[in-house]
Ligand binder design. Sequence first.
Ligand code: FAD
Length: 546
Amino acid sequence: MNFSNLNRNEFTNRLQAQPFDLLVIGGGITGCGIALDAALRGMKVALIEKNDFASGTSSRSTKLIHGGLRYLKQLEIKLVHDVGSERAVVHRNARHVVIPEKMLLPIQQDGSLGKNSSSLGLLVYDLLAGVKKEERRVMLNKHDTLKAEPLLAGDKLVGGGLYFEYRTDDSRLTIEIAKSAFDKGATLLNYTECRNFTYDAAGKVTGARVLDKVTGNEFDVRATTVVNACGPWVDLLRKEDNSLKGKRLLLTKGVHIVFPYSKLPLQQAAYFDVGDGRMIFAIPRNNITYVGTTDTVYNQSIDKPRCTKEDTSYLLKAVNGVFPSVKLTEKDIVSSWAGLRPLIFEDGKSASEVSRKDEIMVSGSGLISIAGGKLTGYRLMAQKIVDLVAKKLGKDYGYCQTKNHRLGGGNFATEEEFVKALETFTETGTTLRVPAAKVREWFYRYGTYTGTILDNVKQLRSKAADDNTLFETAELKYAVEHELVLHLSDYLIRRTGKIFFDHPNTSKQLPVLNQLLAQLLHLNNDAASHYLAEAEEEFNSAVTFE
Ligand code: FAD
């Protein structure tokens, strides 16, 4: 059966019929990672997500698989080692969505980074993360730094360092993990919310009462163990479980703003000093460059964090300070996103100082909650949780198998195989009159599944009015039939990132895309209008700052 909302009835039946070994609540990268690890070890797994997969923090990050250079400054040596070495693992398992990215670290007079300390820091970073020789840091003098990035302000520049990180698309990585868990037998469903928990006579958690947000029906999902992986919402469910005691979440907001590449044409990604002790990234990606992030304590609505005027002015000031010739203003911003870091509160520490380490909390009822951490370390977090779950289940489920498990779309043994696959898809595309650039775009989004989209092109060509509609329908059909898309926003935000990476073009096509989606999903008029209005609202809010 396909991972499609066309099969939604079957999935809700499955959720009600079975007692599961493990119920995971929350379909961000943490929850999906846990579902995959547990399914690979042979557990019977369910995962419910109240909105769409990755609709929380996991679509609103800086989109880097990185070791966290700045944590070195805070002497978080183990964190840098663990997540740093994990970069190569995540890349190997999902080459199509985790791509090496050269990063420039400019060193400025009066900045918080000295030339010698940066050189040593980057070296330690490479060693801790076990970086291969050809990707180790290279230190540059002032002349070579300016050659590497002519937009930098020359007057205060002392030199620079070039090192490697990996860039990703956070929500695509999440959906590939979800698809892999589904392939291994897990039952995962979006738009299904945990309202509260069910307990036995001894007060031990036995599952959850959930709401199907499509039909409005409520039902119980029974499970021997329950994991709360709700990111910024973790404490709300701990409260529901009457176990919100001791450690609590501290939410901090991080914002990114997006410019057309022509307005901020960087030669490579940069990570630079802002002057207030913080550092931010500027990352070019195809036709855009995005800049972020902020880090401010957040106490407002968890469901809809927004990018404010204060956030945009902070980032504009920072980017104009380092690249003075670009003179960016708010009018140049073509998109934005804001996310919440679910951190663990530490007395007396500011937002930027609080550790990004993950934390597991087990309540008296047996509810396991996990928060904190990073995208990069998702697999290690999942391993810890599933080890704990296996212990609670009291059965031998063997070792964690995710280290060498290729994720959906990423089934390539080697880099050579990856390159060859792109060539082969490009040749097939040529025979179907699909431009090489389009095939490449799909390949870096769907990896091996590009073949299914090309099959769709073949099947639909005679029915489509023009090539653009044909390509869009072929891709949308794949997302509906294999990636559990339900709302237009699922497709435009979490499956393709078009709201961030192609906002101006996509915003003009919303009604047409919604109509295509309504046909594929057999939506009634009410649902179709609702999903269109929702997408319009999201597109507007990405370019409106209050
Ligand atoms: P989420 O992604 O928020 O998932 C929780 C899910 O639970 C949500 O989808 C939500 O809808 C669901 N949920 C909530 N309540 C319920 C309920 N009652 N029933 C069912 N479902 C529910 N990490 C990196 O490694 N690299 C980076 O570059 C990076 N940059 C970052 C930049 C910013 C600005 C931020 C905020 C974070 C960044 N991080 C980065 C950290 C990383 O993004 C997070 O650690 C990670 O995404 C958290 O994932 P999660 O699954 O725990 O939470």
